[in-house]
Design a protein around this ligand. Structure first.
Ligand code: SF4
Length: 468
């Protein structure tokens, strides 16, 4: 995967609908933004069926865990979470536990045997079939229970069957009630690369692209519901390719189309592969009104030998040349990136090349990870020969350098008045991705000028201003 972001747990927590008690769903997603977007997408059919959101697992009739397998740690957390829900299920066997996503794809059979309390396992390659699969399971489970059938009576569409139009469409992204200010739109799934360390192509399969119309429709639906900022998601988001009215549409063309979405204020994307960054894409980012000036461009290493071993399909120089072009074309663009340290056979000299690349790149932030082999990947067959303490020590040095770049970038904002999109009454983000807190409450979902007065370790502090 491109954006190897730290695993995190996100839990939906929306209010139960009023009146008759409806069934309640609690969604837990582990992993990157792609996983969070998939978790929201898969919750859609359940909300459509009449579930409301539970504020905790304990209050839920169904729990959906969308898992991640990109690193061993993420997989371990998924397994331990599934195990910990056994008492929850035992308390009421009518409850439904659904496990989906990348770890479900890789470990499906094992999970089935080890955790018989899991009702449904749907791997990452079957996400698009999820609505039909979950419908069948719920029909089997709930239609057999008159009590639950009655509960579903509160749900429009329960008697008439499910919303087939939604379910038969690849446009799944039905969100829970209460649209957030910023949301995701998945534009493609899978990856045609075979980076030697990466398990994603094995669990997600080859690239397939959503039709342009479906993407535009989802963007329009979300902005009509109040979303102001959309992030387009894909494993290598800028390798997107489709057709519309007989015309080929690549990623830049898609940016141009999504940019015209009514009421859209900001457009972001995650994560581009450096290989597919071309002049047209740079031009589109520079020119288009909504596209924000923040580019997450994973590099992984500063050593050509390691980049080749990783099968990244670019060199240190070609990467840096692209960054140079981006900086020339897009005023004030912020760059962030990913690194892997301690890749098999990495020498101290090669690690020093990574540090020197950081000095040239000056990223506003970087996600840095110690290499750990993932079963069935190419590099898992190679000796994992960088000792753990060396990996840890290199990671610490790299993080320290990156942190100093982040601190400098934050300091450089002091005194400027920046456009902030408010996600909470006194918290929001700038176009180039900095988090900002300010003094006086402001309406949520508004763009407002904030004068930056100070920088805390990972956030800017400021005061609302009259104009930029
Ligand atoms: S194989 Fe490479 S490009 Fe594809 S998801 Fe993994 S790291 Fe990203």
């Amino acid at each position: 995967m491109q954006g190897l972001l730290p695993e995190k747990i996100e839990m939906s927590s929306l209010a139960e609908t009023a009146g008759k008690r409806t069934m309640r769903l609690h969604t837990i997603t582990l992993g990157c933004q792609m996983s969070a977007a998939d978790g929201a997408e898969m919750s859609g059919p359940l909300y459509k069926r009449g579930f409301s959101a539970a504020d905790s697992p304990q209050n839920a009739d169904a729990i959906l865990i969308n898992t991640c397998t990109v690193r061993q740690h993420a997989e371990d957390r998924a397994v331990s979470l599934i195990g910990s829900l056994k008492p929850w299920k035992n308390e009421d066997p009518n409850r439904v536990l659904i496990v989906t996503g990348c770890a479900a794809e890789r470990l499906g059979e094992w999970i089935r045997k080890k955790f018989p309390h899991v009702d449904l396992i749907v791997g990452a390659k079957s996400i698009e079939q999820f609505p039909e699969i979950v419908e069948e399971t719920l029909n089997r489970r709930f239609d057999a229970l008159s009590e639950n059938r009655e509960a579903f009576g509160a749900c429009p569409g329960a008697d008439a069957g499910l919303d087939k139009e939604l379910f038969s469409s690849p446009v799944l992204g039905a969100t829970a009630p209460g649209a957030p200010v910023a949301d995701f739109v998945t534009i493609m799934r899978g990856c045609n690369y075979s980076c030697s360390y990466c398990i994603v192509p094995l669990v997600r399969g080859r690239e397939h692209y959503r039709p342009v119309e479906d993407i535009l429709e989802e963007a329009r639906r979300k902005t009509a519901a109040g979303v102001k900022e959309i992030t387009l998601l894909g494993q290598t988001v800028n390798s997107y390719s489709s057709t519309r009215e007989g015309r080929k549409i690549n990623f830049s063309g898609l940016l141009e189309l999504v940019d015209q979405t009514p009421r859209l204020q900001r457009l972001r994307f995650m994560s581009p592969h450096p290989y597919y960054v071309d002049d047209r894409m740079i031009g589109a980012i520079a020119r288009l009104r909504t596209v924000c000036e923040l580019l997450h461009l994973p590099v992984q290493s500063g050593s050509d030998r390691l980049l080749k071993l990783m099968r990244r399909n670019y060199t240190r120089d070609s990467y840096l040349q692209k960054v140079e072009k981006i900086r020339r074309a897009i005023a004030g663009v912020a760059i962030s990136t990913d690194f892997i340290v301690g890749f098999p056979s990495e020498t101290e000299e090669e690690f020093a090349q990574t540090l020197s690349l950081v000095e040239i790149l000056r990223p506003v932030c970087a996600y840095c990870f110690k290499y750990s082999p993932r079963e069935s990947t190419e590099s898992a067959a190679w000796p994992d020969d960088v000792p753990v303490r060396v990996k840890e020590e290199r990671l610490e040095r790299l993080n320290k350098l990156v942190d100093s770049m982040t601190a400098t970038a934050l300091q450089e904002q002091i005194g400027k008045t920046l456009e902030v999109l408010s996600e909470q009454s006194n918290f929001g983000r700038t176009r180039d991705g900095f988090k900002v807190k300010w003094n006086a409450p402001a309406p949520i979902g508004e763009r407002l000028p904030v004068k930056i007065t100070a920088a805390a370790p990972r956030i800017l502090l400021g005061e609302t201003a009259d104009e930029i």
